[in-house]
Design a protein around this ligand. Structure first.
Ligand code: C2O
Ligand code: CU
Ligand code: CU
Length: 457
């Protein structure tokens, strides 16, 4: 039974309406009741989507839609999810941006064994930080994320923030042809450049999707880039004022959204959007291209002032005076492996001279850095390539300090878009023991070498 586009729109609207009303309590992802002790039963399964009118796309989804069901939890609370794998392939769930124990991080052979078809796995962890996060598999990622296994995870602040209205806007490109059939998720020629781009963009799973916002009032818009490859150059066209309140989950001093904001794969921004006139529309754009539309509906109240800055998350402040500096070079693999033809992915990229091999389950046994628990470190990130790389770390957030290409007001993040030939300095406190993935979030860069493990002990 295909899920028709109309259903997707309704599902999206339902989630949007739920936003801002607080945690809804137990949310059922697909029939049944969560087992005792769990808040959610999350089912990954094949779903036929109608992305191209009249055509079926054989997607994989968390629940019945792709992007999948939005999970919501309050900051400081436990998130308890029983994950059922009803896919034909092994999978895991990684909770992008959440600081959690290694056993819950969803990296196969590092944090857990893969969850086989028909099996389940229990994820249980506390969420320390409020903000917009997301979840996805960490196995055969080009295909699994490409087919639709991506979904928002919203951590609500414990106290009211002043935002009355809220919408989640998930962006994803689909690797589909005119018949809705999947195209290759990664081709070496593209993997060696910007990454393999999809051809059909979507907003909350709907090409040119529409999101309603009330006139004259401030709506919190959580904009999530859940795509494998695309960096969206986000801008709005229309009669509205917009301010950025948070980057990748962490609050900043609000600044106006002006020209293009470059939102790389895996990255999120939280906007406050105030449209002026009812009945107008605001285009959500990637550079000059429309991704979707905010339709401005009648005001529902008196309008509110701009909410104050969001409360900071309880992140450890790096001790810069005593921090050790570690260089990380992101570059081309000197010689692409000659066995490239047999390997499932060629080695095209490397970190500090080492290419991660996704077919080798022992790579994480050879971390490229060993950090001492509790100490502060400065990472010097050097992009020695002509392509940009959204650099992401598991298990800990880091503080963006400086760049040779731009002026930086320091902020905490879990993913930093490192521009071509850019050098940036970030800092962190190594406060979470474990072996943590450190990788580019362009999925076919990650699967062709641009991943490493960092050990904290
Ligand atoms: Cu979004 Cu390794 O993760
Ligand atoms: Cu992650
Ligand atoms: Cu990259």
């Amino acid at each position: 039974m295909p899920i028709h586009r109309r259903h997707l729109i309704l599902a999206g609207a339902g989630l949007a309406a739920a936003g801002g009303l607080g945690v809804l309590g137990r949310r059922l992802l697909l029939g049944g009741t969560p087992p005792p002790g769990f808040d959610h039963e999350l089912i990954a399964q094949p779903v036929a989507l109608e992305l191209v009118p009249g055509q079926h796309t054989p997607a994989w989804a968390y629940g019945a839609t792709a992007p999948g069901t939005e999970l919501r939890v309050r900051q400081g609370d436990w998130l308890r999810v029983r994950f059922h794998n009803r896919l034909p392939v092994p999978s895991t769930v990684h909770w992008h941006g959440i600081r959690l124990p290694l056993e819950m991080d969803g990296v196969p052979y590092v944090s857990q064994m893969p969850v086989l078809p028909g099996e389940y796995f229990d994820y249980r962890f506390r969420v320390p930080d409020a903000g917009s996060y997301w979840y996805h598999p960490h196995q055969s990622s080009a295909e699994q994320l490409g087919r639709g296994l991506v979904a928002p995870l919203i951590v609500e602040e414990r106290e009211p923030t002043g935002f009355v209205h809220e919408r989640t806007v998930s962006l994803k490109n689909w690797h589909v042809d005119e018949q809705g059939a999947f195209l290759p998720f990664s081709v070496p020629r593209e993997a060696a450049r910007n990454g393999t781009l999809g051809r059909l963009s979507s907003v909350n799973g709907v090409p040119l999707g529409v999101v309603e916002v009330p006139a004259g009032e401030v709506t919190r818009v959580r904009l999530l880039n859940l795509d494998n490859t695309a960096t969206y150059r986000i801008n709005l066209k229309g009669d509205a004022e917009a301010r950025i309140y948070a980057i990748d989950g962490n609050p900043i001093e609000p600044v106006p959204l002006q020209e293009d904001y470059w939102l790389g794969p895996g990255m999120r921004i939280c906007l406050a959007l105030r449209p002026s006139a009812e009945g107008s529309e605001i285009a959500l754009r990637d550079g000059p291209m429309r991704l979707g539309t905010f339709n401005v509906t009648a005001a529902t109240g008196q309008g509110q002032p701009w909410p104050p800055r969001l409360p900071p998350n309880p992140l450890p402040e790096p001790d810069l005076a005593n921090a050790e500096t570690l260089p990380f070079n992101f570059e081309w693999a000197a010689k692409p492996s000659s066995s490239a033809a047999q390997a499932s992915a060629p080695s095209l990229w490397q970190v500090n001279g080492v290419a991660w091999d996704i077919d080798d389950k022992t790579c994480a046994d050879r971390p490229i850095a060993r950090l001492r628990l509790g100490r502060s470190y400065v990472f010097e990130l050097r992009n020695l390539t002509q392509y940009q790389h959204p650099i992401h770390l598991h298990g800990m957030s880091f503080k963006m300090l400086a760049s040779n290409k731009r002026k930086v007001t320091p902020y905490f993040t879990d993913t930093f878009l490192l521009g071509r030939n850019e050098r940036a300095r970030v800092a962190l406190v190594a406060d979470n023991p474990g072996t943590w993935m450190f990788h580019c979030h362009v999925i076919d860069h990650m699967e062709t070498g641009l991943m490493a493990a960092i050990e904290v002990a």
